[in-house]
Design a protein around this ligand. Structure first.
Ligand code: ZN
Ligand code: ZN
Length: 360
């Protein structure tokens, strides 16, 4: 479907996938001109998220091609609408997953816009004017100011970009479970990828003992030495799993592949909580015994609201928390997508949209 909205007069260069091959190629499209509530942003960096892979390949059957992915965006404000108070031209800003929500429901009023049932995402969504949203694999973005955050001066713009999705996805459930106010707990992080590695950093910054739970023994050294984890459990080793039963207060499960959570639940103390933030395609096996014998809780969580996203950025600025990244030029996006699908990245690709080799 082509953009037909009259005020979509800006011609923008970007990168789009056109079919389920998932191959991304240069693409020119239209964005709306900056409206009264909008902020225009020159995009500097955009992270490559697992969700991007699902969308370019239409894994979930919801992709509206051509799709311009990207929802881990950092850049500089170039234009500000007349109703916008909080942003000025030249400021460093970020945009994550959200493009629009109803603004009236309880979730929106509580700045949990991510749980609004009318929520629309930064790409492959439908904006208020009926247009399809295009994401951050592009030279610039026009965003409603409600969904834009400030990036603290202390944070590098490239390594800060993945905080807008990966970061808030793990930060929000930690806040929701009071981990920012109860230091000294024992927490577990399942999976050491784009989400898991930054979850370790938040866990340490909140003052907890952090255990990584992974299928890959080879990741132990790096988890401990580079990322600051205190302990490491190889989940495929029954002896290790047995020896750590009932030791953890909280577990964040970041794994997107289908996996068994029964044995992981056994690691929780009585009344412990496991929060799922990974999104396996198939239903998870949820055995009743570890739940009822340990009075344990399993919850889910998706990204975070805008107020919380700003709080997270400020927290990261104060504690010097960024993502571990590998930067790629836009002509290497396909390589990035393929390597991410193969878990061959430490720990996030970030596209240098404005760099010399950007081809835009
Ligand atoms: Zn994402
Ligand atoms: Zn709402």
């Amino acid at each position: 479907m082509a953009q037909t909205t009259p005020n979509h007069k800006l011609t923008v260069s970007g990168w789009a996938a056109h079919d389920s091959s998932g191959v991304v190629t240069p693409y020119t499209f239209k964005r709306r001109v900056n409206g009264a509530d909008d902020v225009s942003i020159k995009i500097l960096y955009c992270g490559i998220c697992h969700t991007d892979i699902h969308h370019v390949k239409n894994d979930w059957g919801i992709t509206m091609y051509p799709v311009v992915p990207g929802h881990e965006i950092t850049g500089v404000v170039t234009e500000v609408g007349s109703n916008v108070k909080g942003f000025k031209i030249g400021e460093r800003v970020g945009v994550g997953c959200l493009a629009a929500s109803c603004l009236n429901c309880d979730s929106c009023k509580g700045s949990e816009e991510n749980y609004c049932d009318k929520v629309q995402f930064t790409y492959n969504g439908i904006f208020w004017d009926g247009s399809i949203t295009y994401g951050g694999y592009s030279e610039m973005l026009v965003a409603d100011h409600r969904y834009v955050v400030h990036v603290p001066e202390s944070l590098p713009m490239d390594a800060a970009a993945p905080l807008l999705c990966a970061g808030i996805t793990v930060y929000s459930p930690m806040i929701d479970n009071n981990l920012h106010e109860t230091p000294g707990k024992k927490i577990g992080i399942v999976g050491l990828g784009g989400l898991g590695h930054v979850a370790i950093k938040f866990g340490k910054a909140f003052g907890h003992h952090v255990t990584v739970i992974s299928t890959s023994p080879s990741k132990e050294k790096e988890a401990r030495e580079r990322l600051g984890a205190d302990d490491f459990i190889v989940s495929t080793d029954p002896q290790q799993m047995q020896s750590k039963m009932r030791t953890l207060d909280f577990i964040l499960d970041t794994v997107a592949a289908t996996h068994s959570i029964g044995p992981i639940l056994e690691l929780l103390k009585v009344k412990g909580t496991l929060v799922l933030v990974g999104a396996p395609d198939k239903p998870l096996d949820l055995p009743s015994f570890p739940l009822i014998f340990g009075k344990r809780v399993v919850k889910g969580s998706i990204i975070g609201g805008m107020k919380e996203t700003q709080e997270m950025m400020d927290f990261c600025g104060k504690h010097n928390i960024t993502c571990e990244i590998e930067t790629v030029t836009p002509d290497r996006i396909n390589e990035g997508l393929t390597r991410l699908a193969n878990n061959d990245v430490k720990y996030r690709f970030v596209i240098d949209m404005a760099g010399k080799n950007s081809c835009l």
